[in-house]
Design a protein around this ligand. Structure first.
Ligand code: C5P
Length: 218
């Protein structure tokens, strides 16, 4: 199989950032794209570690090592632990950009006035891995944009030291978060750009894996 002996790390799903013991800040990521990628990579023979935020998805392959996490900080810890061993890493998770500066130990009581929750920035996991990346490691990121899509995707590719970026636009019907379909553009370091039709996430995962396999062979 084309990816036999390749260790590949995949992140999927949202992260939940605790406000208090019963509340969190999350996002609409379903985890479908990341799980489809993990399945496709496993079917091609890769040794897959899947770091998943809270999601209802289930992997098709028992060979996939799944690590469940909740917050962006947990996901960072697990990614750092598994990155060194990996030949490639595909970061599909919708990681929170901000997290509450303080987590209340008790449930916050309701009052008559409004409530302000102070947020602090999370660590950009993908950027951190990009800084640690060895020459033979392949790093793939995602970009979900609503405007100036291609330019923002190229900026991310360069700033985060990626080998490939998968751009999906919320302006495309059927693309992005909750759907079973996605429409993507792949952009590599040489700024080669390929735009694909709207497809099942399984088929999109296949297209990404074909490109990833080429990059691993280089
Ligand atoms: O900068 P932006 O969040 O749009 O970049 C998206 C890419 O970065 C995705 O691949 C996502 O998994 C990754 N990311 C991350 N850690 C963060 C934020 C985003 O790994 N804190």
């Amino acid at each position: 199989l084309p990816l036999t002996d390749q260790k590949i790390l995949v992140t999927a799903g949202p992260t939940y950032e605790a406000i208090d013991p019963v509340r969190f800040i999350g996002n609409h990521s379903s985890g479908k794209m990341g799980f489809a990628l993990a399945d496709e990579l496993a079917s091609l023979g890769a040794d897959v570690t899947l770091i998943a935020g809270p999601t209802a998805q289930i992997s098709k392959y028992h060979s996939i090592k799944r690590i469940d996490v909740v917050s962006a900080a947990d996901m960072l810890t697990q990614c750092l632990e598994h990155f060194t061993d990996a030949n490639a890493c595909v970061m599909c998770a919708a990681v929170a950009d901000y997290t509450p500066a303080h987590v209340s130990a008790q449930k916050i009581k309701k009052h008559d006035d409004g409530l302000n929750i102070q947020l602090k920035k999370t660590t950009d996991i993908l950027k951190t891995l990009g800084q640690q990346k060895r020459a033979n490691q392949v790093l793939v990121g995602f970009a979900l944009e609503t405007q100036n899509e291609e330019q923002y995707a190229i900026d991310k590719l360069q700033k985060k030291n990626l080998d490939l970026i998968v751009l999906n636009s919320l302006n495309d019907e059927g693309a992005g978060f909750k759907n079973d379909t996605n429409k993507v553009t792949l952009i590599d370091r040489s700024l080669n750009k390929t735009t694909y039709d709207l497809k099942n996430k399984t088929e999109v995962a296949h297209d990404i894996c074909v490109k990833l396999t080429q990059l691993l062979k280089k």
